[in-house]
Design a protein around this ligand. Structure first.
Ligand code: GLN
Ligand code: ZN
Length: 728
């Protein structure tokens, strides 16, 4: 059989816009500054720009360009809409699509959660036994025609039916025991209609099934693809799996006569790939997850071993920034935030556009990238270090003089417009460093004053100096580089600029000490120092790929350990080391999780175990349905752990040390009332002794306004006073 599939392709491309055009248009639309038509126009021009650029870069064959990979908000939400899964309560909203994504008057949005083990978040579709599933092929068809008019024959990309159902949640009111996968046959009927609507317009359709790399699911896959491949009228089917090794699921897929598979070869060559001999095999050798150039020799060896008939990316390029153009050749006189990437680093990097060029070049002979400029420092053995026994620590910390049920916050206070403006002025050189620092100090003074007036027991400096809890540390550690415009979509309109960890990590100078010390000088109450933990720093960065993540994380832990020591030396007796990403890095396969958790815990303890018994170590995590990581959280051995509002079933009482289950949700502007907070505290006191219960919001306050923060914290403090009286 000849392979009419193109020789090279990408599974998807960033869509937020090279200059975050989509973000700005979305924000304008939500604020009522532009209408839906203007928003759609931005989408159209971004899609046209992407196809044009990919074509210029060499994806020229029919079917090489993907379509329907653009989204105004999220591709999983798009797939739900395409299958008719729009819950009734959103249908009358002025804009049902954005009502599902962001809520509308009186209707909460659909839940959002992490897309596999990436930092992208998707909207969780809701499917119940009676959800009226039906084919709505408008979007893929429209994009296909739009591209055709521009002269491009594209390959529509749809989220596959098994992944869609596995990611969906049961609609409210569904009977116990129902799971969305129970609707597989109905959904396959819908996909049958979608595929026949696309037949005749596109030669190939790509169905994305990343669940193939997770545990279980083969029977559903076999059933689904037998049925879809058996359709009378359909395009050729390319089933794409990514984010891991799909080996276990390949036999189930191979028995269905699908026309090809795209496999992620960055995790090695999956077993059973030979079952696809004679069919299209797209070898995903160019990583869509990291920012490093691909070694062409290694890539070619993998392609050969896999028997690949086409070259591709391991997954969509959604997870990397657009381009390196503009990151180099900047004037060295610019202040640090605008400094260019070191040239020896830039020559090793590939963002989305450069990766497309790599895919294309892998057919020819590209130059081999050299090793990273800094050879890795040998990693020490992984030991899980310990502090003194908790009881001894608690005794040594008694002179902190804290009341029962101490009230504190998670660290950040509102980031005002003036602060952000000052930061960009400083970065652009329009505000002298000394002037910028004076403004930060003034802000700290204001935050301390606010907290004293509110009557909080443990104060924070408020984190006004931080653009982001990871980037700020990356900018102050050696071994990291930051980009100017390397934005990656996190969800909807939200983007982050992940730092690049490329060298040996070390801390040339204290990072937070001056701010914490300044805060401490302004008050007699204890001030809590605020650090980001090593696991979170690596989880939210692009990390060098030439050494184990564990070793890199331990290096970061050493830097944080030095910072802890310097905070202690500056008289800071309470230090919080945040690890909101502890669960995020959890491997997709169950069998790999224990090993990960062991080194993650070891890294956290390396960062914190140098602290004296009299220093109180806090940690913070942004969730309470911690399930599998519960034991690991306990093993962090922090004196106090703050977590998101304890939902039913979370055994906070099982923690043998201090615990602060968030008493209200900071993600919403709603002000919690006193009675509700008091009720939560009383409920917590049923399983937690008063000397171990802490009172705090469930996360940082940076996205809230001062009015909201004042009103909410006033109620928190008063509710705590009432409950305190009843326990003492
Ligand atoms: N200390 C950080 C803050 O308050 C924690 C943020 C987080 O948990 N993501 O903003
Ligand atoms: Zn949090």
């Amino acid at each position: 059989m000849t392979h009419d599939f193109p020789a090279s392709t990408v599974l998807g491309f960033p869509r937020i816009g090279p200059d975050r055009e989509l973000k700005h248009a979305l924000e304008d639309y939500w604020a009522g500054r532009i209408d839906r038509a203007a928003l759609e126009e931005t989408g159209r021009s971004l899609r046209a720009g992407t196809w044009r650029r990919l074509h210029e870069l060499g994806l020229r064959e029919p079917g090489a360009l993907p379509s329907n990979t653009f989204s105004l908000y999220d591709h999983v939400l798009d797939a739900a809409v395409m299958a008719g899964a729009v819950p009734q309560r959103y249908r009358d909203a002025p804009d049902p699509y954005f009502a599902m994504a962001r809520g509308a008057d009186g209707v909460a949005p659909l839940r959002m959660t992490k897309w596999f083990d990436t930092n992208y978040h998707y909207i969780v579709p809701e499917i119940g036994p009676r959800t009226a599933l039906r084919a709505v092929p408008d979007k893929p068809l429209a994009e296909l025609h739009e591209a055709r008019e521009l002269g491009y024959a594209t390959r529509p990309v749809l989220l596959g039916p098994v992944t869609l159902l596995r990611l969906a949640q049961a609609a409210p009111g569904a009977p116990a025991g129902f799971t969305p996968l129970d609707r597989l046959d109905d959904l396959l009927h819908v996909y049958g209609e979608l595929l026949s609507a696309l037949a005749g317009h596109a030669a190939w359709v790509q169905l994305d099934e990343p669940v193939l790399v997770t545990d279980g699911g083969s029977p559903a896959v076999r059933h689904a693809y037998r049925r879809l491949a058996g359709l009378e009228r359909r395009p050729k089917l390319l089933v794409a799996s990514y984010f891991g090794d799909a080996g276990d699921a390949l036999p189930a897929l191979a028995v269905a006569p699908v026309d090809g598979v795209a496999v992620d070869l960055t995790h090695g060559v999956p077993r059973h790939l030979e079952l696809f001999e004679g069919r299209t095999v797209v070898g995903g050798v160019v990583s869509g997850r990291n920012v490093w150039r691909t070694d062409p020799d290694a890539a070619r060896a993998l392609l050969a071993a896999a028997g690949a008939t086409a070259v591709g990316t391991s997954c969509s390029l959604l997870h990397v920034p657009y381009t390196l153009r503009g990151e180099q050749d900047l004037s060295p006189a610019l202040p640090s935030e605008l400094a260019s990437l070191p040239s020896e680093l830039a020559s090793r990097l590939a963002f989305a556009e450069e990766k497309v060029a790599e895919v294309v070049a892998l057919a020819g002979l590209g130059p081999k990238p050299g090793p990273l400029p800094v050879p890795p420092r040998a990693a020490g053995p992984v030991r899980t270090e310990s502090r003194g026994a908790y009881e001894a620590r608690a005794a040594a910390q008694r002179d902190l003089g804290l009341p029962a049920l101490p009230v504190t916050t998670i660290g950040s206070f509102p980031q005002t417009g003036e602060l952000r403006a000052a930061r960009s002025a400083a970065a652009a050189g329009r505000l002298a460093p000394a002037e910028y620092e004076a403004r930060i100090e003034a802000e700290i003074a204001r935050v301390i004053g606010e907290q004293e007036r509110l009557g909080l027991d443990v104060l924070v400096h408020g984190e006004p100096e931080r653009n982001d809890m990871v980037q700020y540390f990356a900018e102050h550690l050696d071994g990291f580089a930051v980009t100017r415009n390397g934005w990656v979509q996190s969800y909807g309109s939200r983007c982050t600029r992940p730092p690049i960890l490329y060298g040996d990590v070390s801390r040339p100078a204290p990072i937070t000490v001056r701010w914490a010390a300044h805060a401490r000088s302004l008050t007699r109450r204890p001030v809590k120092g605020m650090l980001t933990g090593p696991v979170t720093i690596v989880a939210w960065s692009f990390v060098r790929a030439d050494r184990p993540l564990r070793d890199v994380t331990l290096q970061v832990a050493d830097a944080i350990r030095e910072e802890v020591a310097d905070l202690e030396a500056a008289g800071i007796r309470i230090i919080q080391v945040d690890e909101p990403a502890l669960r995020e890095l959890l491997p997709l396969r169950r069998e790999e999780r224990a090993e990960y958790l062991a080194w993650a815990v070891a890294a956290y303890r390396r960062a914190t175990s140098g602290a004296a018994d009299a220093t109180q170590i806090h940690t913070h995590l942004c969730y309470s349905d911690a399930g599998e990581v519960l034991e690991a959280i306990d093993a962090l051995d922090a004196d106090v752990t703050s977590i998101e509002a304890a939902r039913s079933g979370f055994a906070v009482g099982a923690f043998g040390r201090g615990i602060g289950p968030g008493v209200y949700d900071i993600h919403s502007p709603r002000i919690p009332d006193r009675e509700e907070i008091a009720a939560r505290l009383r409920a917590a006191l049923r399983t937690i002794p008063p000397e171990r219960l802490w009172v705090n919001p469930d996360c940082g306050l940076k996205t809230r306004t001062y009015d909201e923060v004042r009103a909410a914290l006033t109620n928190v403090v008063e509710a705590t006073r009432t409950v305190r009286e009843s326990v003492s």
